[in-house]
Ligand binder design. Structure first.
Ligand code: 13P
Length: 257
């Protein structure tokens, strides 16, 4: 069975002491070993949380990385730097980066290359906004986000990609995609990957759902055959809610075993 993943994107939340406290609380939940559990804290907390989780099965991700290795890019952090801290994952192309920092598909392609060059797995985010959903353009938007930023990769490189479908209209709005909407898009994405890289690669590509996923709706979303877990924002900021989402994925893994 393909890898199931629940990742918490903390965004720009928590002070250092709150971040350490939340990490301790998450560790105390004794989360599943069947599900890959990832937390993505803000950059300044990475090393401390990496140390705190070192004897656990919780992985640490960055929320972003720059495309260049080093140089005059004030305020930025490179994949090379993350790799030097043994960070294994980074989000790339979150819709907030696309919207507020004008990150384009072609720039994100460079970031994907940079992460892979340093053996960091990209959690590549894609998804349409409300206008695009209402105009029935959602498939085309997601298709070009994925094709433009990922489809130059070799098969061997693509095996390291995790995709997160996050409809922008569902992020932080409390308006989750229905399980049917999520499954429809995830199946579409898997088919796109299959056409480009073949069915054995598409069968192992994890595709996560993100956007107002919480303890109450996670199970219904994760039951879909092409939904391999979640990228969780708000609900990842409370250990018990995050644990409930991980446990929802775990129950489905166990039921399908
Ligand atoms: P919410 O779960 O708060 O809607 O955020 C989703 C998200 O953007 C995760 O990357």
């Amino acid at each position: 069975m393909r890898e199931k993943i629940v990742a918490g994107n903390w965004k720009m939340n928590k002070t250092f002491s709150e971040a350490r406290q939340l990490t301790t609380e998450i560790l105390n939940q004794n989360l599943s070993t069947e599900v890959t559990v990832i937390i993505a804290p803000p950059f300044p907390f990475l090393q401390s949380l990496k140390d705190a989780t070192k004897n656990s099965n919780i992985k640490i991700a960055a929320q972003n990385c720059h495309a260049k290795e080093e140089g005059a890019f004030t305020g930025e952090v490179s994949a090379k730097m993350l790799a030097s801290m043994e960070i294994e994952y980074t989000l790339i192309g979150h819709s907030e980066r696309r919207a507020y920092f004008h990150e384009t598909n072609s720039f994100l392609k460079e970031k994907v290359n940079a992460a892979l060059a340093h053996t960091i797995k990209p959690i590549f985010c894609c998804g349409e906004n409300l206008k695009e959903r209402e105009a029935n353009h959602f498939f085309e938007v997601v298709k070009s986000q994925i094709e433009d930023s990922l489809f130059h990769l070799t098969e061997a490189q693509f095996e390291n990609i995790i995709i997160a479908y996050e409809p922008v209209w569902a992020i932080g709005t409390g308006k989750t995609a229905t399980p049917a909407q999520a499954q429809e898009m995830h199946a579409y994405i898997r088919n796109l990957v299959s056409k480009k890289y073949g069915s054995s690669i598409s069968a192992i590509t994890p595709i996560l759902y993100g956007g107002s996923c919480n303890a109450s709706n996670a199970s219904e979303l994760f039951k879909n055959p092409d939904v391999d877990g979640g990228l969780i924002g708000g609900a990842s900021l409370k250990a018990q809610d995050f644990a409930a989402i991980v446990n929802a994925m775990e129950s489905i893994v166990v039921a399908n075993a």
